[in-house]
Design a protein around this ligand. Sequence first.
Ligand SMILES: Cc1cc2nc3c(=O)[nH]c(=O)nc-3n(C[C@H](O)[C@H](O)[C@H](O)COP(=O)(O)OP(=O)(O)OC[C@H]3O[C@@H](n4cnc5c(N)ncnc54)[C@H](O)[C@@H]3O)c2cc1C
Length: 427
Amino acid sequence: MRLPLIHHQGYTIELPEGHVPDGRAALFPPSRATALERLSDFAPRAGHHYAARRNHDPGPGERDNVSLLSPYIRHRAISEHEVIARVLARHSPEAAEKFVQEVFWRTYWKGWLQMRPGVWRAFLAERDIERSLLAEDDGLRERVAAAEAGHSGVEGFDHWARELVTTGYLHNHARMWFASIWIFTLRLPWTLGADFFLRHLLDADPASNTLGWRWVAGIQTPGKTYLATTDNIARFTDNRFSPHGLASEAPAIRDESPPSASALPAPRTLPRGRRVLLLLHGDDFSGQEVLPAGTDVASIAVARRGHPDIPWPFGATTAHWVDSLAEDAARRAGETLQQPATLLPQLHAETLRAQCAAAGVTTIATPEAPVGPLAEALDIVARELAEDGIEVIPLRRTWDDLAWPHATHGFFRFKRQIPELLARNGV
Ligand SMILES: Cc1cc2nc3c(=O)[nH]c(=O)nc-3n(C[C@H](O)[C@H](O)[C@H](O)COP(=O)(O)OP(=O)(O)OC[C@H]3O[C@@H](n4cnc5c(N)ncnc54)[C@H](O)[C@@H]3O)c2cc1C
């Protein structure tokens, strides 16, 4: 049986049983040029239209109510600063308030996790325990496999499971419904659901994904969970889905308070006059923007993945898409700085050491990676290269530097800072 699944600009992806075609490149061409075009196209709708319609999910190919920019912003093929500046050039701050706040949710989650890195490590550890339990429990393994394959029998949920695997994207509301049904109706471990997202989303992100799932499960904000209901799904999918048999309550999966914030490590600065090797990576493919004006860049490297010793939590197909974005970043950095950029399959001390020697530099400047596998990779590489007298200097973007210290409590406290943050960023 062939199931028509995705319609996009007159193009249909069909999903035969057991075979998953790749709709990613069609819906999300991996280039900054696409992100810029998408932003220009979306900016006129980022005001009242977005505020009124953003929670609706009319389905793939029909979504002119949201920006579809997250895969590009996540890897910083385009920055939060550029996106908001473009939108505020078209709309008043009042009209664009909702959109601006949504972009700041990403910044807030990153800052929150940056001050509590143990939450990411605890997620990975719990996920690993749940994975090993799967190996021993045939029933649970079959239920997880059915949910991931879109065979749970829950209307809507099965569509989203396939849409995620096929396209690498889900609308925000669909992510909330999916996570809620996974946890409270299907009663599956939340970390395995978060892992399923990490393996397939093009915007898979340690902060937004882990904390989004924790929020639905009731362990992010004490006393708050998210319950998906038939009425809400029918209304906001414009009646495409009306699932029955959903859980009628959503008790927090455990009684746990989030850890309090630890101090943020101070941002580093690049000593004046240093010649550097510029290292870009998938947490910031536009990292040349963090270099102080006039920095002498002797060489450029763009890493496709992390360190071989750090398990990569993202999926193979997504990694392939990010590879293309890395190639795009290498081309762009090369054009801007007028020299060829070297693509590195992984972040590896040995290759970087050789490239530094060839360029005659002992400093690597790189955009700071937030909590996640690339930050761990950069720490390892920095330690290894220090033995050869090579210094790795991660540079924090002004955007993050100004905002992260405010992510100590909930978003409602954080968002009061938005006007001041915009002013200090010159937006
Ligand atoms: C359970 C769950 C898991 C999630 N996992 C991820 C993830 O791994 N990576 C990820 O980037 N986002 C994640 N999100 C957040 C959100 O769903 C996506 O960022 C959003 O759907 C992106 O679509 P868009 O660009 O069309 O959004 P738009 O509505 O156009 O929003 C504009 C931008 O604001 C930001 N944004 C919007 N909503 C959120 C949000 N709730 N949290 C953080 N940033 C937001 C994104 O950068 C987005 O591109 C998750 C949400 C939930 C509930």
